[in-house]
Design a protein around this ligand. Structure first.
Ligand code: AMP
Length: 461
């Protein structure tokens, strides 16, 4: 879970990258950083915490130059520690090179083991560092060739930005798991995970990068390469369900519009008699709008969110997560008392949040609480860059819908079906990644994980 941004050809490149990262803060709150290129020199500042904490004040003064790349991060591969904060900036035989990565490489453990056996020294526990080693080892003269050669050795999800003196290289993996878009700001080029970052930077949206595209940006302009074998796409549907910001356009579709359609479809599949529709803010808001519109029921903000608390899920322990639901959400008694409500959220992961919220609504006087979820039951972890827990911690991997309903204490529970979700998204299973609902992995996952999934399956039978 990361957001990345790059700027080329603007005298305030680092400041713009900082602005873009601000709009991508929802994609990661653990660490932030920016690297800038000033002629032949690259400099970098990273740290743990939010964008404003890490890069505020006079930090950007140390990052002059007309090109910059930045990242906000929440770890999926690698621990949460300062060494893992990106951008990485290293020096190799071709000079300085900096990189930021959104996604997850599925063969990084094997790659790392091979590299270490051959004597490579690692400073971080991330998959991205293995990629840098491959680039450094490549015998090709030009760095773009080295990057392409290295990428032929990795598998998985990657939206990447590399920066070397005089050039920025933006890459989307051949499956296009994670989004990446291109924008224009005056004479400068801008690249960002989501279009909402372009908006804040004042840049015009040009287009999304294609899956498998390598875009080289230099003073001459942009130059697009397609060095990988063409393959099916595997756009991450969860970007639309939960992760991306509603004001972004992702995989060619406005996120808020998709979420409303998911809600409308959810009503068609899972109607129920009630007085009003109440979203779990913020993740369930647009699906709830769609559901309410289709049902002809009032949409009411029966839960109010405190915006000064981070996302509950992004907390290190179960204990903290439980406390945080109360800190984050407060029921509005005046709206809920004596009413039959349909509570809408985008997904149920462990079930602990929903359980708390259902109880909260009942305590506030709701007479019936019907839970509706705008995606199918989440039964598998993500190996491509979304932080979901292990399979045995996913409530839908070990429980039936009735079992989950009992656990969360709702009067009824209904999920959107997989065909319904694909229909609402106007996509099909062959061009999207649905692995968290189907366990069908577009790129083979590591053997040890595949075995774990099989053992789990056997245990469930
Ligand atoms: P849980 O209590 O584990 O069932 O959490 C469900 C809540 O977490 C829902 O409100 C989702 O919007 C949210 N959620 C789902 N996936 C993620 C994720 N990968 N990271 C953070 N929050 C998530």
């Amino acid at each position: 879970m990361c957001g990345i941004v790059g700027v080329f050809g603007h005298k305030e490149a680092a400041g713009l990258a900082y602005t873009g990262l601000f709009a991508l803060q929802h994609r990661g709150q653990e660490s932030a950083g920016v690297a800038a290129a000033d002629g032949p020199n690259l400099a970098c500042r990273t740290g743990m915490g939010l964008v404003s904490d890490v890069l505020g004040g006079s930090v950007l003064d140390a990052l002059p130059g007309d090109a910059a790349i930045g990242q906000v991060r929440y770890s999926t591969t690698g621990d949460s520690n300062p060494a893992n904060a990106q951008p990485f900036l290293i020096r190799h035989h071709r000079g300085p090179i900096s990189v930021v990565h959104n996604g997850n490489l599925v063969n990084s453990i094997d790659l790392r083991a091979e590299l270490e056996e051959e004597g490579a020294i690692f400073q971080t526990t991330t998959d991205t560092e293995a990629l840098l080693h491959l680039v450094a080892r490549s015998r090709t003269h030009d760095v773009v060739d080295a990057i392409v050669e290295s990428l032929h050795q990795v598998r998985g999800a990657y939206s990447l930005l590399f920066m070397v003196p005089g050039r920025m290289i933006a890459i989307r993996d051949p499956y296009g798991f994670r989004p990446l878009c291109l924008g224009r700001l005056g004479g400068a080029w801008v690249v960002a995970s989501e279009s909402c970052a372009l908006d804040l930077m004042g840049a015009q949206f040009v287009r999304e990068m294609d899956p498998g595209e390598v875009l080289v940006v230099d003073v001459a302009g942009i130059h697009s390469l397609k060095p990988f074998k063409e393959t099916r796409s595997a756009f991450c549907i969860f970007e639309h369900v939960y992760f991306s910001r509603p004001d972004s356009t992702v995989f060619g579709k406005p996120v808020q519009r998709v979420r409303k359609r998911l809600g409308e479809q959810l009503f068609r599949e899972q109607p129920v008699q009630a007085d009003m529709v109440v979203p779990v803010p913020d993740s369930g808001v647009y699906a709830a709008m769609g559901y309410a519109r289709a049902a002809g029921l009032p949409f009411e903000m029966g839960l109010v969110r405190n915006h000064y608390v981070g996302r509950t899920f992004i907390q290190p322990t179960q204990e903290i997560r439980n406390d945080n639901v109360r800190v984050k959400l407060n029921p509005v008694r005046d709206i809920l008392a004596g009413r039959r409500i349909i509570l809408i959220d985008d997904s149920i992961v462990r079930g602990t949040t929903s359980r708390k919220i259902v109880r909260m609504c009942r305590e506030a006087g709701a007479s019936e609480v019907h839970m509706r979820v705008s995606c199918p039951p989440t039964i598998g972890p993500c190996y491509y860059g979304i932080d979901t827990p292990r399979r045995d911690e996913l409530i839908a991997a070990t429980n039936s819908v009735d079992g989950i309903r009992d656990f969360i204490g709702a009067d009824s529970l209904g999920y959107l079906s997989l065909p319904g979700m694909l229909e609402a998204m106007k996509t099909d299973e062959d061009s999207a990644c649905t692995a968290c609902w189907t366990l069908e992995h577009p790129v083979a996952i590591p053997a040890v994980d595949a075995q774990q999934l099989r053992l789990f399956e056997r245990g469930q039978r």
